[in-house]
Design a protein around this ligand. Structure first.
Ligand code: UDP
Ligand code: MG
Length: 309
């Protein structure tokens, strides 16, 4: 018999744990008919509420439910990685606990796997119910990202994905510390089918992503999957050198041929401000990469498990 592992990262999702379980198993009769067993792995990402207790209750009722609890909040990327490592399934799917990823899509996803796809991914075509400012920046991010990175990162892609064991093993082979999952999926490749659906709003609880968290996450994505910002810094440096050289030549000629007195300290102040700004900006870019490298070199574990049931 085959096994389908469902990975559910949870951070303060006590209200959603049971709803998710109910909704999931409402949609799995299809898999039973195909002789595929289903297991659920809740990854409790250091929740401060009763998420772990709720999962333990479910585990007592149904042994297909498993729990991995982190020692603190390590972030969704770490939770996904832990889930992939723990999952024993021949097929693995990742879903959010808030039911924004409809389990009713699972049979259709499985059919594509049967047709020979290695992975079936989903993307939302609308951003209904999201603040417009957030949608705007999200779109910008994807547009820039796809210009500066060779790895394809699909706009609106969700982490809701059904994968074969082969794809899971490839993702696990990427042991980097800074895990930008959307990029990692694109990087491993394989034949992927994209399904689209309308954005569904979160049922209970609230989103764990503030604007600031998303902004930092976008920087993570850029540094993890592109080195173009470093090139931009170098190009800006070269351009400023050329400009400075031309200005030196012009000043000398003016002095020698026309005897202009040296004047204009306001313009000098402006130039100093501009150039030092550009310098700090470029230094910042280098710093971003350096900090990521620093974290990577330390080789700290991506997550720590407190409980594994
Ligand atoms: N999540 C997590 N760790 C975190 C933040 C979020 O495991 O640090 C989980 C969360 O419980 C949910 C999923 O990741 O199951 C998606 O989070 P959320 O719904 O808040 O994000 P959104 O759908 O608003 O993008
Ligand atoms: Mg959500």
């Amino acid at each position: 018999m085959k096994l389908l592992s469902v990975i559910v990262p949870c951070y303060n999702e006590e209200e959603n744990v049971r709803d998710f379980y109910d909704e999931l198993f409402k949609n799995t009769s299809f898999f039973e008919k195909k002789e595929i067993e289903v297991e659920v792995l809740y990854i409790d990402d250091g929740s401060k509420d009763k998420t772990a207790e709720e999962v333990k209750k479910l585990h007592a009722e149904d042994e297909r439910v498993h729990l991995v609890s982190f020692s603190r909040n390590f972030g969704k990327e770490a939770a996904i990685y832990a889930g992939l490592r723990k999952a024993k399934g021949d097929l693995v799917v990742m879903m959010d606990a808030d039911l924004q990823d409809p389990p009713s899509l699972l049979p259709e996803m499985y059919e594509y796997i049967e047709q020979g796809y290695d992975s079936v991914a989903t993307r939302r075509v609308t951003r209904k119910g999201e603040p417009p400012v957030r949608s705007f920046f999200a779109r910008m991010f994807y547009r820039i990202m796809n210009k500066i990175s060779k790895t394809e990162i699909v706009d609106g892609a969700r982490d809701y994905r059904l994968m074969t064991r082969q794809v899971v093993d490839s993702i696990l082979a990427m042991t980097e510390y800074n895990r930008f999952t959307k990029g990692i999926f694109g990087w491993v490749g394989y034949k992927t089918k994209w399904l689209e659906y309308e954005n569904i709003e979160r049922k209970k609880g609230e989103t764990k992503w503030s604007f600031w968290k998303l902004f930092l996450y976008s920087l993570e994505g850029i540094t993890a999957f592109s080195t173009v910002p470093l090139t931009i810094a170098s190009v800006i440096g070269v351009l400023f050198c050329i400009l400075a050289f031309l200005m030196i030549v012009v000043t000398i000629i003016r002095k020698v041929c026309f005897g202009d007195p040296t004047s204009g300290w306001p313009s000098l102040v402006c130039i100093i401000m501009l150039v030092s700004g550009v310098q700090l900006f470029c230094l910042g870019i280098v710093g971003q990469y350096l900090s990521k490298t620093y974290m990577e070199v330390k080789k700290r574990p991506i997550y720590l498990v407190k409980e594994d049931i």
